[in-house]
Ligand binder design. Structure first.
Ligand code: AMP
Ligand code: ZN
Length: 118
C-alpha cells in the first residue's frame, strides 16, 4: 500500500533503525542524516518516514509530508549554519537525473560555492 515500508528499500531500513546512519535531526514524520558520499561540506538527506518512490509521488500521496521535508531542509541548513551563505535543496527524480534510492529524499547541500545550475 502507498506509504507503507518496503522490505527492499534502503531508506525504509534506516527509518526502521535496521541500517545505521548519522542522524542530525528527527521529527515524527521525517529523518535527516548525513549522506554517506558527501558532495559538499554539508550534505544531508531529509526523508519522509513514509515510503514513496520520489518527490512527486510523495506530493500526490502525502502533501503534508512534502511540507515537513522542506521545512526540515531549512532547519538542517540553519543547524549546519549554511543558511547565511546559501544552500541548495535537490530532488533527483528518475535514473536519468541520477536518482539511485527510490524513497523520496531531499539533498541539502552547502558550505561551498555551488555553481548556478539553472
Ligand atoms: P540519489 O542518488 O538522489 O537517489 O541519492 C541517494 C543518496 O543516498 C546518494 O547521495 C548516496 O550517497 C546516499 N546514500 C546511499 N546509501 C547511504 C547510506 N547508507 N547512508 C547515507 N547515505 C546513503
Ligand atoms: Zn522506503
Amino acid at each position: 500500500m502507498a506509504g507503507e515500508p518496503q522490505d527492499d528499500c534502503l531508506f525504509c531500513k534506516i527509518v526502521a533503525g535496521d541500517i545505521p546512519a548519522t542522524i542530525v535531526r528527527e521529527t515524527p514524520t521525517t529523518l535527516a542524516f548525513r549522506d554517506i558520499n558527501p558532495q559538499a561540506p554539508t550534505h544531508v538527506l531529509v526523508i519522509p518516514r513514509v515510503h514513496y518512490p520520489d518527490a512527486a509521488s510523495l506530493a500526490a500521496g502525502d502533501p503534508d509530508a512534502v511540507a515537513d521535508v522542506l521545512r526540515e531542509a531549512g532547519e538542517v541548513a540553519a543547524q549546519e549554519k549554511v543558511d547565511g551563505t546559501g544552500y541548495r535543496v535537490v530532488f533527483n527524480t528518475g535514473p536519468g537525473a541520477g536518482q539511485t534510492v527510490f524513497h523520496a529524499h531531499a539533498h541539502v547541500l552547502g558550505g561551498r560555492d555551488l555553481q548556478r545550475l539553472v
